[in-house]
Design a protein around this ligand. Structure first.
Ligand SMILES: [Fe+2]
Length: 197
């Protein structure tokens, strides 16, 4: 279930809000300039569905948002164990998870529509960290320059469509702040990490 936890950035244990209510989540995130919506993500995707297949399955949603927001590029990120050996999967997970596990910003908005599985975004604004555990069906967007990090967990399973105004603006600018190490990980937030199998 989608969850929003808000805590003081200087005191991760000082939880201000902890809710599964989608309307409240949208309201809290709107207050810091973010978009949160719940769409339908009911297309069944084959184990080996590639980017084209995922985009085709959600073509009407993608087209609608592109027309509304002027996104010029979309792509798909999918972390799902299929035929990898244990060593291959471990390497893929470590590389994928560590990539954006430290606090960073981008020069473009970051917009994600989860169509499978889940992952946790940590958005830092107004001296608070807003932890959004996104599930399939959740659309989360936050503006360029917002400090954040992302944890897919140690046993990830998710698929998200990514929307860009400018793919070149989506390089991570790392802040060097180790704040991410002081907050609950995705695994801790969900109890047990569940992979899509
Ligand atoms: Fe990011």
């Amino acid at each position: 279930m989608t969850r929003l936890v808000i805590a003081a950035d200087a005191k991760p244990d000082l939880v201000i809000t902890d809710t599964n209510n989608a309307l409240e989540i949208a309201e809290q995130l709107r207050a810091i300039g973010c978009r949160f919506e719940q769409w339908t993500a009911s297309a069944s995707l084959a184990d080996d569905a590639d980017q084209a297949a995922v985009l085709a399955a959600y073509n009407s949603d993608v087209t609608r948002l592109n027309e509304l927001e002027g996104f010029t590029t979309v792509d798909v990120v999918r972390m799902r164990r299929t035929s990898e050996t244990d060593a291959e999967w471990a390497e893929k997970v470590t590389g994928g998870r560590n990539k954006f596990l430290a606090e960073h910003t981008h020069d473009d908005d970051e917009v994600r529509f989860f169509v499978e599985g889940s992952g946790a975004f940590y958005l830092r604004a107004n001296n608070k960290v807003h932890i959004v555990v996104c599930q399939a069906g959740d659309l989360l967007g936050f503006p360029a320059g917002m400090t954040h990090w992302f944890d897919m967990g140690t046993n990830p399973g998710f698929c998200a469509i990514r929307f860009f105004h400018d793919p070149n603006g989506w390089v991570g600018n790392f802040t060097g702040d180790d704040i991410a190490t002081r907050f609950s990980t995705y695994d801790e937030l969900v109890g047990v990490a569940k992979a899509l199998r």
